[in-house]
Every structure is written in C-alpha cells, then in structure tokens.
Ligand binder design. Structure first.
Ligand code: UD1
Length: 418
C-alpha cells in the first residue's frame, strides 16, 4: 500500500489538463457491449476504477486494446452474461453492466456491487426500474440474476434522482421495444454525455440534463469514436487545493456551468475566479473566509463528491462552516483524520461543524475513501511541516497521476511504496 509524503506550505501555480470524467467513462465502458462494432473512447484516465471495469469487460469476452490516447473495446465475441464477484466487489459501477448485459444477452448475473464505503448505497431503484422494463429478478446468495426475453419500454418515476439508476435504465431501454420515459431523472452532466455517446451510436434519446428523459428503443447501435467530457470532480479538487493553499491555477477541460455550485462557494470564500469556455482560472491568497452553510444535493446542487475536499478548505478558513451531507450516510471519515492535523471539527450524523483554525500541522493520516483521501491530501498541502497520507488505493481509484499533477503546480509531494 503506497503512501504520500507531503511537505506542506507551498502555494500552487500552473495549468491542469483534466482527465475524462471517471463517472462518464465507467457507464460508457459498460455501454460498449451494446454494439458488436468497435467502440473507441479517448482520454481515458489511468485509474483503478477504469482498470476494474476493463477487467469486467474482458471477463464478458470483450477484446480490449489500449494506448496512451484511447481504449478500443471490441465486444463482437462477447459470450458471458456473468460478472464475477471478485470484480464487482471492487467497483460499484459494475452495476451498470446489468442494464447493458441484459440488453445484449437478455440475461445478466452479478453479485452485489462494492465501491467506496460511504454509506448503505442500496440498488433498489435500479432493480425496481429494471422490473418495470419487464426484467425478472431473483436475488439469492449475494447474487442478482436478471432475465428478460424481451425488454419493453415503460414509464418510470424515480423516488430519488439517482445517477446510477438513471444510467442503468437508459442502458436497458436503449434497444427495448417502444418508448421509455424516466421522470425525476438525475440531471448530472455525465448523463448528458451518456445520451450524446449513445445517440452518436444511433440511439434515440432526448431530455438528458432535465428531469424527464425519453428513450425510443432502436434495433441496432453502431461503433463509435468518442471523447468524453472532462472530470468536474477532478477540476474541483485542484481548484479547492489552490484556494486552500493560495496561488493561481487554471483548469482546462470542464465548463464552469458543470461546477457552478462549487465556484459560487469559492467566490464567497474570497477567491477570484475567471472563466472562459472550458477554462477556469482561480487565484487565492490562501486566507479564506468561511461561508455559513454548504449542503450536498443532486446536480446542479453542491456535489457530494466535493464535500470532503471542501471540508478540508473550511478547516483553515476564518469562521465556522456548517456542512450537511444529504446523499451518503458515512461520508465524514476524513474528519477524524483532519483533527489529527489540528482541525476543529464536530460531526453529528449528517452534519459537520468546522471552525476554522489559524493553522494545521503535519500528521500521519489514513484515507478511507476516494474523496476523503483527496481531502487529506489538500489538508496536508496546507499544513505546516510534513504529513504522511496512508493507503492510496482509494485515491488511485479516481485520480490519474495525482502527485505528478500536484508537483507540476509546485507541491512538495512524493509517493512512497511500502
Ligand atoms: C454516482 C457517482 C458518485 C456520486 C453519486 C452522487 C458514478 C459512477 N458515481 O453514484 O460518484 O457520489 O452519483 O452524485 O457516477 N439510492 C437509493 N437506491 C438506489 C440508488 C441510489 O436509495 O437504487 C440513493 C443512494 O443511497 C444515495 C442517493 O440515492 O443516497 C444518490 O445515489 P446515486 O445518485 O445513485 O449515486 P451513484 O450512482 O451510486
């Protein structure tokens, strides 16, 4: 298990070219089995979640070719409708395979998916929606077995605008007979990208980005060469790092409207932000003031995936911030680690009260989930003295070359193999 050694106190300067969004690439990879022609996806990040998804595709029988610029998936000889448990345990997004494998083979077998341990993360909405499309589901011995002689379009009202459930319905409905309407659909930019990708393959989907998505089933989908959108959470992580430490950075590859809620808060914190097309420039003197309250919400609200990194920022902002985590139950594990660095944080259920302190000090801290790990890195970059951030398996799930990109910005960070 690798660790980062970080000498804090440096300001960050420079430009960051962003990776393709992890949360787009994963459903697109799942979607690649919907055609037996070749699918080429560009700018795919080298992160563990992607590697795991590629393993799953290989297990299904896809042939994968990969170089620095793109990944090619050829599923013309795909044979298996079963996803082995050892792979689904590593990756929650393996659940998307249900929709796409069902479309391809009329059946799918998968064990309950894993991923970050940030709460219960049920998949009841995925399963009840698939049932609406005519899928028979048997749950036994930790496995979910799905069968549908024919996927049939239906109207589905989601109790909650779940990102994964919305994507899974799209993948199961894209070649179903007739029309599917998803109401109270998730509005995240990644859903729009999935729609664009599938439509370029010949699908007929409209409405993504709004609350109602209409999918008219088509008979066949063709191959594609596609560049996914940039990673807004990666962009937000570097922007929060520069806001916290001070400095001036520019991210390239994410339009500001995709992280408007974060940019709004960072401006309130006292950062100067200029945007043009897909470029975001932020400058900060590293002495921020706190905002009163931040609540995580589905898009376009403040993203849960930036809550932890923003919590690290609040740790040294002047004043008190109240954070409310509305999406996942246990997304404050990083708070106890921040305390080791001198932060003043109280967590009660879904609320964290963070009173900004003058300075953090270096400490040995352990990451316990992906974004919580990024938060600890940000805190260590700000802290006086040296820190060790242990267990990088979590940050390696979502950030390609995290330390390389931070080093280019002037951070003193190195990876040590244990
Ligand atoms: C996706 C993102 C993840 C992000 C999350 C919320 C991917 C690969 N992951 O995860 O990074 O943190 O959106 O923006 O895109 N829920 C249910 N039943 C279900 C499904 C979800 O109750 O069947 C609940 C969850 O417990 C949670 C909320 O709905 O409270 C949101 O979850 P969802 O939007 O589904 O998140 P994911 O798709 O898992």
């Amino acid at each position: 298990m690798d660790k980062f050694i970080i000498d804090g106190g440096e300001k960050l300067y420079g430009k960051i070219a962003l990776q393709s969004a992890k949360n787009t690439v994963l459903p697109l990879l799942a979607a690649s089995v919907l055609t037996d022609e070749q699918v080429r996806i560009r700018n795919v990040p080298t992160i563990n979640d992607v590697e795991n998804m590629l393993h799953i595709l290989s297990e299904v029988g896809c042939v994968i070719r990969r170089n620095k610029e793109y990944v090619v998936i050829d599923s013309s000889n795909a044979v298996s409708h079963e996803i082995p448990a050892r792979l689904t345990r590593e990756l929650r997004s393996s659940v998307f395979m249900l929709g796409s494998v069902l479309t391809r083979f009329q059946r799918a077998k998968i064990s309950y998916p894993g991923g970050c341990d940030i709460g219960l993360r049920p998949i009841d909405l995925h399963l009840s929606s698939l049932k609406r499309l005519g899928v028979k589901i048997i749950e036994k011995d930790g496995y979910i077995e799905c069968q549908a002689e024919k996927l049939q379009g239906a109207e589905i009202l989601l109790d909650f605008p779940s990102v994964g459930a919305t994507e899974n319905i799209i993948l199961a409905a894209v070649k179903a007979e007739g029309c599917t309407i998803i109401r109270n659909a998730a509005k995240e930019p990644e859903i729009i990208d999935l729609q664009n990708f599938l439509n370029a393959m010949g699908a007929r989907i409209r409405g993504a980005g709004g609350g109602t998505i209409v999918i008219e089933g088509v008979k066949r989908l063709r191959g594609i060469d596609y560049t996914p959108i940039g990673d807004r959470i990666e962009a937000g992580t570097y922007l929060i790092a520069a806001a916290t430490c001070g400095g001036e950075i520019q991210t390239i590859g994410v339009p500001p409207e995709n992280i408007a809620a974060l940019l709004h808060k960072l401006r309130e914190n006292g950062c100067k932000i200029h945007t043009k097309n897909d470029k975001i420039e932020l400058s900060s003197d590293g002495r921020l003031k706190s905002v009163n309250i931040v609540e995580t919400m589905p898009f376009p609200g403040f993203p849960t995936d930036m809550q932890a990194q923003y919590g690290a920022l609040c740790a040294t902002a002047r004043g008190t911030t109240l954070i409310v985590e509305n999406l996942f139950e246990t997304r404050y594990r990083y708070a106890a680690e921040l305390k080791r660095m001198g932060a003043d944080v109280i967590v009660r259920d879904r609320t964290a009260i963070i009173r900004g302190v003058e300075r953090l000090h270096g400490a040995c801290v352990t990451a316990s989930d992906l974004r919580g790990g990024a938060a600890l890195v940000i805190a260590a970059l700000k802290a006086e003295g040296q820190s060790a951030v242990m267990d990088l398996s979590h940050v390696d799930r979502g950030y390609a070359d995290f330390e390389g990109k931070l080093k280019k910005l002037g951070a003193k960070i190195k990876r040590v193999r244990i």
